[in-house]
Design a protein around this ligand. Sequence first.
Ligand code: ADP
Length: 473
Amino acid sequence: MFAVLMGSVPVIATWRAMVPVVTVPLTLGVVTRFAWMGGTDGWFACVVGLLFGGSMARYALSQHQLIRRSLSDQIDKELLSEQLMRQSFELQRLNRERSRFFASASHDLRQPVHALALFSRSLERDLAEHPLAPVAGRVVQATDAVSGLLNAMLDISKIDAGTVVPRPTEIAVDPLFLRLAQLFEPRAQQAGLSLRFHTAPEWLQTDPDLLLRVLTNFVDNALKYTRSGGILVSARPRSDRLRLAVWDTGLGIAPEHLPHVFDEFYQVDNPQRDVARGLGIGLAIVKRLVDLLSGEIGVRSQQDRGSVFWVDLPRRPPAAPAPLALAPAATPDTASADTTETPLVPPRVLLLDDEQPVGEAVRMWLAPYCERIEITSRLADACAQVRATPEGFDAFIVDFRLADPQDGIQATAELRQLAGRRVPTILVTGDTDPERVRAAYASGLVVMFKPVQPEVLLRTLHQIIRSEARERA
Ligand code: ADP
């Protein structure tokens, strides 16, 4: 009976009510039997039986407590992990929503700013002799500031989308510094600052355009934040790396701000966020570019003494001198076109954009430079135009997102098919969503992002027409 009692403990411990139900009758049955026997042995066995039954009951109850506690711990853990999972899903949802919100806010904002940029530049051009010309100039300046902000955000999107691909070549330091000198000497002189270069006979295997963008940003900031003294641009080997550094004797950066200067939209001293004092995004872009170049970026600064910003890049042993083709510091954009290319005759252009104000703005800006410009907002209208005169257009300007079921890439294919040739086309987009940016580039068309700079639009238009004519010749 005692063995049965002991063996039953693991089973009865799972259910509290079972403990007295099993232990009491079993113990009482045994001890009553011993008491019935009587005598010293009987009474002794009776007491031992009672003690044994009692301790088994206690043991079963403590086991019950233990099981309960571990079960409730497990349930708590499961609840917690379920809650965590729910929170993480919620966070992912919020993140997706936030990205969607920014993408569509940015897209919707780009449309009117794009139109505004074109209208204001047309106004400035057409009012050149008018007393209101300075006002038009101010409007252009203000629009440029907004465009600058939107384009800086786009640069980040493009880098994150992986559409900025470094094209490394072997470059020497000297020509790089020469280009910086050409770019900044006049500004330094105007500001009464010295601009010196400490070069080294070193070579790098890197993308010269992207590196130039990094260094121009450093020098631009150095000039912006230095009141007296000067700027030194240096190149110094450090084991297998070359350090390109820009030193200034400027305002410096307080230690609490220093770790954040590479963050997006971080500015040290611009609480009123005056756009004329920068956007706080230059260094965030630079940091991404340096990552693309597999380099390392760094900064050291002392308030009121000056700062040094540097980039470390892998050194290359000297190679046969190669001509260095350095483009002007431009955004990594297919649209940064050659300025000299103007077609012999004013072009005939067909625009397809579902936003009417954009169409009007493009017409107003381009009309004086074109023989013919047709504005359409639906693909069917554009197709009708091309069907009527298949040879009637030298170029198409097509918006990526249309009111039609087709997007700009598909629309271009249809229009080209109707024209019976590969009419040079600019795909204009206000999308900054990395997926869409990738899709736009993958189309092989010349891509321009809204808001476009009016002059760049004109230049690109001329350039694509010229290069198509050259191909055909
Ligand atoms: P911004 O367009 O405002 O100059 P950046 O991203 O280039 O934006 O720089 C971020 C912040 O870092 C700036 O607001 C400025 O305060 C600080 N900074 C950058 N370069 C320097 C420098 N050479 N000297 C002092 N402060 C600097």
